[in-house]
Design a protein around this ligand. Structure first.
Ligand code: ATP
Ligand code: FE
Length: 347
């Protein structure tokens, strides 16, 4: 089976072609067109601009994915598209494009939950068996999922406020380091001493696997202001030490909560996904948590992409799920309700 995946739920326009079965699949192409430059001046993604850019870029990206896979549109057996959650204008652009292709080619259409795409990626890259524990840590999400089947997920816990990626970005902004914050904080932390400042470890004393990052962010803000008030500014070393402490704290808290999530039992493996999973200190801390196989997909498949959407679509299709032309775009779509969205179901 050859499947086309389309993703446009945030600020990346993406298309990919996969060929094979759920157990044995090849990524023939995986094209991502990023809008980072478009939104750079605004300090965040502007939904209206994003939707327009998706609408303008989607057919080119699909064409490129087809060409890179060395096939034609007529080789495509099914079309998978992110139907939510995400910025509604972007999701709509993708869903409309996918419907047009499905109708024009007379091929089945499968609406995919974006988070299911992230959650199934470690199975795509490492062939993990169900059920496995997934920690999704990105710019917009932070949750523990027990991935039980192609369309069965149980949320074990997650952040009650910010996502870790947001916290990395905020800390970078507070310290005058470039965006995206994750890589610059990680680079600065390499020169830093993580033991110089003690930062709070939010929710560690509370049972379960929920997380919180907004207090940590505020603690970094206070620390910066205190140092500035005392010394009239921050030295390179101050910055490095703050970054090292911050990063070590995030890694420590995520590792401890992962241990608790794994203790809920019966998992075959532990996997991470999302942009923050690129962080080496974090990866090392998480890997040390368990003797179970540990999977961290390559960065290009950890961040938003359409290969994961095609793969999730392929698994759903193998189970016999197909959507009609009444597929709706959903701004919100909790992962524990993965059934195809009903028309007019709203949120
Ligand atoms: P979502 O996929 O949840 O909608 P998103 O698209 O913003 O959100 P990703 O593209 O998965 O998220 O990841 C981007 C985030 O990952 C940014 O916040 C960035 O700072 C963070 N990040 C990237 N590299 C690193 C790193 N080396 N260390 C820590 N954080 C990182
Ligand atoms: Fe994502």
């Amino acid at each position: 089976l050859t499947i086309l995946g389309i993703e446009s739920s945030c600020d990346d326009t993406a298309a990919a072609i996969l060929r094979g079965t759920g157990d044995d699949v090849a990524i023939l192409s995986n094209v991502v067109s990023s809008q980072t430059d478009l939104h750079a001046a605004f300090g965040g993604v502007v939904p209206e601009l994003a939707a327009r850019a998706h609408a303008e870029t989607l057919d080119l990206v699909v064409e490129e994915a087809i060409a890179a896979a060395n096939c034609t549109l007529h080789d495509v057996d099914a079309i998978a598209v992110t139907a939510g959650p995400g910025l509604i204008g972007g999701v709509l652009s993708g869903v409309m494009a996918a419907k047009g292709l499905a109708m024009g080619l007379g091929k089945p259409l499968i609406g995919v939950n974006h988070l299911a795409g992230h959650a199934l990626t470690p199975r795509l890259t490492d062939g993990l068996a169900f059920p496995y524990l997934l920690l999704l840590v990105s710019g917009g999400h932070c949750q523990f999922l027990r991935v039980e089947g192609p369309e069965t997920f149980t949320r074990l816990g997650g952040t009650i406020d910010d996502a870790p990626g947001e916290a990395f970005d905020k800390v970078a902004r507070l310290l005058g380091l470039p965006q995206p914050g994750g890589p610059s904080v990680e680079a600065a932390a390499k020169m830093g001493d993580a033991s110089r400042f003690k930062l709070p470890r939010p929710l560690l004393d509370r049972e379960g696997c929920d997380l919180s990052f907004s207090g940590l962010k505020t603690a970094v803000l206070r620390l910066r202001d205190t140092l500035v008030a005392e010394n009239g500014g921050l030295t390179e070393q101050d910055r490095a030490d703050i970054c090292a402490s911050f990063q070590a704290t995030v890694a420590h808290v995520l590792a401890e909560k992962s241990r608790r999530a794994l203790a809920l039992g019966d998992m075959t493996a532990f996997a991470v996904a999302g942009g923050v999973a690129a962080n080496q200190t974090l990866r090392a801390a998480l890997e040390a948590v368990t003797e179970l196989p540990f999977a961290a997909p390559p960065l290009a498949l950890c961040t938003d992409n359409a290969a994961m959407i095609a793969y999730a679509g392929l698994l759903a299709f193998e189970r016999g799920r197909v959507d009609g032309m009444d597929l709706v775009a959903r701004p919100r779509w909790p992962l524990d309700q993965t059934a195809a969205p009903m028309i007019g179901s709203g949120k």
